[in-house]
Design a protein around this ligand. Sequence first.
Ligand code: KIV
Ligand code: ZN
Length: 387
Amino acid sequence: MSNRVYIFDTTLRDGEQVPGCQLNTIEKIEVAKQLEKLGVDIIEAGFPISSPGDFNSVVEVSKAVSNPVICALTRAVKKDIEVAADALKFAKRGRIHTGIGTSPYHIYQKLNSNPDEIIERAIAAVTYARKFVDDVEFYAEDAGRSDNEYLARVIEAVIGAGATVVNIPDTTGYCLPLEYGAKIAYLKNNVPNIDKAIISTHCHNDLGMATANTLAGVVNGARQVEVTLNGLGERAGNTALEEVVMAMKSHKDLNYTTGIDAKQIIKTSKLVSTLMRMPVQANKAIVGRNAFAHSSGIHQDGVLKNRETYEIIDPADVGVKESSIVLTARSGRAALKHRLDVLGYKLSPEKLDHVYKNFLVLADAKKDISDEDLDVLVGHEKKEERL
Ligand code: KIV
Ligand code: ZN
């Protein structure tokens, strides 16, 4: 089995469903072009039946980018599929992503149906979509809470109908990593035709497990991961692209490869955050403001001696110029001296001691100490010397 993992980015579809994050067509094109530079394999550009604006965005994104596959979402409904196929008419390589719910909540309550009828509807949708495109992905909505035996029947049926990718969404973010991994392993071992399709993960983050579940899926045989920049998405969000990619890159022993140019991660994260008006939390893994900032004296001393003491990723690898040493009341002499050296101040050990004492008093009052504060502290020191 190949270790190449395909990156399916759904920032423009599942990410964009977040209230307040809607993008117009021009903005979607800008993000899609940056996603192409980032090296994603598939861009889910929208849900064309949902609105004329979304239809138009799928059309324009299809024209604007050429390397990634362009994907359009549908329900297992003929009209949705026809409209998606129409929206994809300019895509070099287009994919229809169709599907239906397979958990008891969906089968009996949402769809007022029964398990056999759901399988028939799934087969009909995939068969119909294959009339328009060669690449059809099927999603089993709420697969995370679906019975594994039943899910295996559904997946076998849709692969038989021509699905090229089978998506196993943990729609409600309910699964634990062992459980989600076991679900993928169950399908790998119990669906006779499974090797004719690529298994895809699509994990939501309601319990903070999205990245862990996605990786558990990959370890058990999934070779496509559905992700968004900054983990944007409904409720607690989707799996964050940057986390999965950097987890795979950092754990070289796992031997997974992707087509992502990680140096584009920060730029893409910032673009998405700005256009979607969704700030990134400061302590967000990989892309948060503090992801490469060190503020405690013990850590600063370690990092200044050898960056890898407290950093598992070289910030330059994701497009951050350098890690930062933040001067606070928890900083030690080493960090203060380092910053003063950078600013061009060469102080004797005694002077440094004196400045450090004043620095701590100021830092207790002010939280963060800026370069201008240091100028004042050192200037004050010189003045004291003159008196
Ligand atoms: O979370 C989900 O189940 C989805 C599907 C529509 C793929 O977003
Ligand atoms: Zn989703």
